[in-house]
Design a protein around this ligand. Structure first.
Ligand code: NAI
Length: 332
């Protein structure tokens, strides 16, 4: 089997080479992203392997099918960048539903602690031998109320981490997991209650038509003044302009963003020598109470190993048996 691997980064190759060799699979790495301009590169391959910012729209899918490509293997959990409806019944779409919920949940807590204890400020100060504590006052997490939107694999791990800090945990999920509530530490509430009562809000639901801009101007208006917003899920869950306005109005106390609505052309790349065209992102990054990481939450050694193992395993299973439990189907 030959796989065309798009948006390849140096950190991807060691684990993929290891599992590809074990499975007798050939992988050709392309640094470019998959989109309508680059799809021709997939000619002659059995499958393409893509990541979060590759564009797998109807036009790309049709070209892949015309080349005889049989599968689109996402090396991530989310699949909002693939036109699954268009692919259904024509080409298999595979994903890695879970590779390390701990990686994402732990990064979320790392961002929260960095933000509220001003570690990002203290680190820069002490490197300049400025040992002043002025402006570094934080607050305890113990006893605070965190609202978790989406209590799937990652949201649940994040809830357990918060439990360890002695926090009160509110949750909102379209499909609540009542066993989580039975454990005693999590209370499911309607979304509006979560927004109104939480001092910290963390997003762990997928990006769908329902959750697009779930945090918009109206939602932010329902939040407590000083709320800390965490988004390590997908950028478009948050209306970035509305967030910026709420920060400027001093209604949002802090924001930690591992994802951003318009991250596609920027994240994962070194743009340090360029002038940033995106004024909203530039303004957000300039804020003392905003921390942005560039879709880094998944990036642990364990996660990379699991991603490679599952992605290669998905393709081998599909090509051997014609089906795979990690196939994504369109649900009308
Ligand atoms: P999951 O599928 O296990 O959990 C998602 C949860 O969201 C489910 O409990 C589901 O019922 C809930 N949900 C679905 N629609 C909802 C709605 N309209 N309102 C409220 N809740 C809703 O997914 P998992 O593994 O926990 O991942 C969550 C998200 O994290 C992924 O969709 C992906 O976007 C993001 N992610 C981000 C990464 C990063 O590096 N920053 C890495 C991996 C995932």
């Amino acid at each position: 089997m030959k796989i065309a691997f798009f948006d390849a980064k140096k950190y991807d190759t060691p684990a993929f080479n290891e599992y590809a060799e074990m499975g007798g699979v050939t992988v050709k790495y392309f640094e470019t992203r998959l989109n309508e301009d680059t799809v021709e590169l997939a000619h002659g391959f059995d499958a393409v392997c893509v990541f979060v910012n590759d564009t797998v729209n109807a036009a790309v899918i049709d070209r892949l099918i015309s080349f005889g490509v049989k599968a689109i293997a996402l090396r991530c959990a989310g699949f909002n960048n693939v036109d699954v409806k268009h692919a259904e019944g024509k080409i298999a779409v595979l994903r890695v539903p879970a590779y390390s919920p701990y990686a994402v949940a732990e990064h979320t807590m790392a961002l929260l602690l960095t933000s509220i204890r001003r570690i990002h400020k203290a680190y820069i100060r002490s490197r300049d031998f400025n040992f002043s504590l002025a402006g570094l006052t934080g607050f305890d997490l113990h006893g605070k109320t965190v609202g978790i939107i989406g209590t799937g694999r990652i949201g649940r791990v994040f809830a357990h981490i918060c439990e360890g800090f002695g926090m009160h945990i509110l949750a909102y999920d379209r499909y609540p997991d009542m066993s989580l509530e039975k454990s005693g530490s999590v209370r499911y509430v309607p979304l509006d209650t979560l927004l109104a009562e939480s001092e910290i809000i963390s997003l762990h639901c997928p990006l769908t038509e329902d959750t697009y801009h779930i945090i918009d101007e109206a939602a932010l208006a329902k939040c407590r003044t000083g709320v800390v917003l965490l988004n390590t899920s997908r950028g478009a869950l948050v209306d970035a302009e509305a967030l910026l306005s709420a920060i400027k109005a001093r209604r949002v106390g802090a924001a930690c963003l591992d994802v951003y609505e318009e991250e596609g052309d920027l994240f994962f790349e070194d743009n340090s020598g360029h002038i940033l065209e995106d004024d909203t992102l530039a303004r957000l990054i300039s804020m003392p109470n905003v921390i942005v990481t560039s879709h880094q939450a998944f990036l642990t050694k364990e996660a990379l190993e699991n991603i490679a193992e599952t992605t290669i395993g998905n393709l081998l299973t599909l090509f051997d048996t014609g089906k795979c439990e990690n196939e994504v189907h369109y649900n009308a």
